[in-house]
Design a binder for this molecule. Sequence first.
Ligand code: NDP
Length: 495
Amino acid sequence: MQRTSLYIDGKFGAPENRNYFPAVNPATEEPFAEVAAGQAPDIDRAVRAARRAFDSGDWSGLDGRQRADMLRRVAQGIRTRQKEIALLETRDNGKPIPEAEWDVGDAAFCFDYYADLAEEQAGRSPEEVDVGDPRFQARILREPLGVVGAITPWNFPLLMAVWKAAPALAAGCTIVLKPSELCSLSCHLLAEVIDAAGVPPGVFNLITGTGPEAGQALADHPLVDKMAFTGSVTTGRKVMQAASAGIRTVSLELGGKSPFVIFEDCDIDKAVEWILFGIFWNKGEVCSATSRVLVQRGIFERLLDRLRSATEAIEIGSGEAPGVKLGPLVSKGQYDKVLGTIETGKLTAARLVTGGGRPANLDRGYFLNPTIFADVPTDSEIWREEIFGPVLCINAFDTEQQALDLANDSKYGLAAAVMSDDLERCERVAAKLRAGIIWVNCSQPTFTQVPWGGYKMSGIGRELGRAGFDAYFETKQVTRFDHNECWGWYLDAQE
Ligand code: NDP
């Protein structure tokens, strides 16, 4: 059975405690690899290596064009191993192979994109600022922020790591990555690719291990300058608490309960297609999933009928099997949690339209039928809380204002979507939806070039786009007194 290592200071090796935990294939419930269980001493070695690498200037002091060359080699390395990485991701996480291949392609593109920004940054001169006093000259410089601690989840194991590693490395930072213990294997391949690309020792470090042991030790480490986290609100709060103790910068990408508002002038087939994609791709284990759908009353029952039949036709099975569109949930824990929430939903006044349990033909693996609840009480757990599985809640509305009120009535604000043939209406609604990502006439397409992040309890900060690059810099002013005479506050200016 394959055994993974930690990657610290340019070397692959065993954790100090020599402990490993199994990686389990959620389609078969069988272990298929052993993952190194790093703990606080390993985190400490990794952070110290990242600190040395940063302070030495071997990476941060390079011209952005040199870093860009290296990052493009990483992108190429990912592309060369695309099939292998995608297969491993599917075995570890359960997602269908084509979806894993999208992730790997996006990961490679992300390195290329931030390589371009590193190059562009290198060609820029510092901004000179007129401070209104000719005796002074002021400049604004951008400097890499330092050592980054990245903690990432299991739903897009490679991609969430790359969304942090690519801009951080492009900016000149060094990084210690702690992926989720549930899905660590693609990050191990990422470490191999980065190593093969010739990135200097200590610049990128990988510590696999559990959240409470390795993750918390990273969040607490005094030599880390910034924590970049994606995951649950509960853990995000812990990371933020640790950051507050050390007065460290933090970026948080947390959960969502994103609404999708469908007006009755739209094409029902197009609506059904995007509703399905919005909730069932990646098994609904998506922070931006549009899991609350609001449909204008005039088409509600017709759309629901079409949605039910299309949902029941979704092919469920191992992500490795051709044609499968819905794989198993990531783990027994997540399966039990989602099933438990479905059972809670059944006890409410909501109408169970389809799904609600395990597919009859699959007795092994963490499989669930895609589930739809309609007429859902808006104070129920299934309407208000993130389920993070293939469970959709759908309600009717009458007026635009009512749709907006229902859509915005959430503690979250990661994403929202609107569909109508009337583009003016779409723009009006988009402007009033309180979320960081708005999709018009679609749901979920995600592009590296535009910022990603949420309002309210969905997080702090932005990843991707230029904002995701800027997040890895400090801003420094250099102000020079350029005058022959003495300043003249304590000493006479004429002396
Ligand atoms: P977590 O927030 O616990 O996991 C996210 C990351 O944090 C993982 O790497 C985890 O490690 C790590 N972690 C856990 N505890 C700590 C800690 N004390 N200090 C530092 N890092 C820690 O999410 P769960 O896996 O428990 O999922 C629970 C729910 O969170 C899901 O059902 C979903 O609702 C939401 N979620 C949201 C995500 C998003 O993209 N916004 C992604 C994942 C989950 P490890 O996995 O090894 O414990």
